[in-house]
Design a protein around this ligand. Structure first.
Ligand code: PLP
Length: 400
């Protein structure tokens, strides 16, 4: 096989300026290879990646069992339409069902699509006059028109109106506000059990239980967007399993296929038939490659006991970052659930991300002031310690 010849980082930046729509703010690096929690740029520099694939690479870059399964599947069957049965899609659905609440799956290709399916399901499952969905400030549900309308953050709406009708926004964590917003037209409540883009917001005690109660009282669907929190990220298969609440619907993507493309919506078996034949579809959804990757990812997590590892690593990060908080007053709060890690600063986070980059550490900043790490669950303890050392130096350097 011929080795691709890489362009330099600056040549690549030029190419993008000429040919790629500039809808992202990108770092001026050309990333050409990844393995585990390390990536390399075209200049041969290596970086420790504590934000691999924006949460998609929960098993690190190019996890061998997923790579091998997919290579074999590529030679066997790549795609058939959903007008046929595929044993792999059925087996994948079974594995997801057995690790969640025993429901049924619809497969798609991304988080926003999974949420679109959930929005349609909520409208189809409830009487026709019920179309409103309550969502939460600081939430994030994706970029297609339905999901972006569900996203209660004005910065994502600028210039896009009119949005899809029917979304009403409640302050995150405020049960009374939710109660007041429910009326005869409400169909569902939709929430991330832990907000991701909103800054790793862990729900206040009793909040998710309260939503379950309200949903039951009023006959609403309770939808958890687990696109970021799901598939092992928090040290459980799904984040709802931390809170003693079972939602009616969960949506998944990001880490679902071990770094490959895939999305899913799971719902209880009594609700599933509301998404009746003809009312929804996804051409590539649940294709054999995604299914093979999804199955291989779940098997790898089990075989290598990576849920336990995620919890253990989360505790290392918690301890190290709490210790750092004692050293500097720029850190307001450290929030950790498994491998969802947020460090809220008193100052903008962008300079810290830059200072990390200069130290060859990749992290993210969200919501302006929250440093976010979404490390791989097969990160080593030594890599976690190294990452905390570098992050600490970067924060202290910026704090001055
Ligand atoms: C990333 C994300 C999405 C959107 O997923 P895409 O695959 O980019 O469409 C939706 N919801 C949550 C919670 C996310 O983190």
């Amino acid at each position: 096989m011929s080795q691709p010849r890489h362009l330099s980082s600056s040549q690549t930046v030029e190419l993008f300026q000429r040919y790629v729509i500039p809808n992202y703010t990108r770092y001026p690096l050309n990333i050409v290879r990844g393995e585990g929690s390390t990536v390399w740029d075209s200049e041969g520099q290596r970086y420790l990646d504590l934000f691999p694939g924006w949460g998609c690479n929960l098993l690190g870059h190019c996890p061998a069992p997923v790579v091998e399964a997919v290579q074999e599947q590529l030679r066997t069957l790549i795609h058939v339409p959903n007008t046929w049965h595929m044993d792999l899609q059925g087996q994948w659905a079974q594995m997801l069902s057995e690790r969640s609440f025993g429901g049924l799956a619809f497969f798609c290709n991304s988080g926003t699509e999974a949420n679109e399916a959930a929005i349609k399901l909520a409208r189809l499952h409830t009487p026709p006059e019920r179309y409103k969905i309550i969502t939460f400030t600081g939430g994030f549900h994706g970029r297609t028109m339905g999901s972006v309308s569900a996203t209660a953050q004005p910065k994502y709406h600028e210039g896009l109106g009119p949005l899809l009708a029917g979304f009403v926004y409640a302050p995150y964590g405020d049960l009374d506000a939710v109660r007041k917003l429910i009326d005869a037209e409400t169909a569902a409540i939709m929430i991330e059990p832990v907000q991701g883009e909103g800054g790793i917001r862990i729900p206040p005690e009793g909040f998710l239980q309260g939503l379950r109660q309200l949903a039951d009282e009023h006959g609403l669907l309770l939808i958890f967007d687990e696109v970021q929190t799901g598939c092992g990220r928090t040290g459980n298969w799904f984040a709802y399993q931390h809170f003693g609440v079972t939602p009616d619907v969960i949506t998944l993507a990001k880490a679902l296929c071990g770094g490959l493309v895939g999305g899913a919506m799971l719902t209880k078996s009594e609700i599933a038939p509301s998404l009746r034949p003809g009312m929804h579809a996804s051409t590539f959804g649940g294709n054999p490659i995604a299914a093979r990757a999804g199955i291989a990812a779940l098997e790898m997590m089990e075989r290598e006991k990576l849920l336990d590892n995620a919890r253990r690593l989360g505790e290392i990060f918690r301890q190290r970052l709490e210790a750092l908080r004692q050293q500097t007053d720029v850190i307001v709060e450290v929030r950790v659930l498994g491998l969802m890690i947020g460090v809220e600063l008193r100052v903008p986070g962008a300079p810290v991300v830059q200072a990390c980059l200069e130290r060859r550490l990749l992290i993210n900043c969200t919501h302006g002031t929250v440093l976010r790490l979404l490390p791989a669950m097969n990160l080593t303890a030594a890599e976690a310690e190294e990452g905390c050392d570098l992050l600490g130096k970067a924060i202290l350097a910026v704090a001055g």
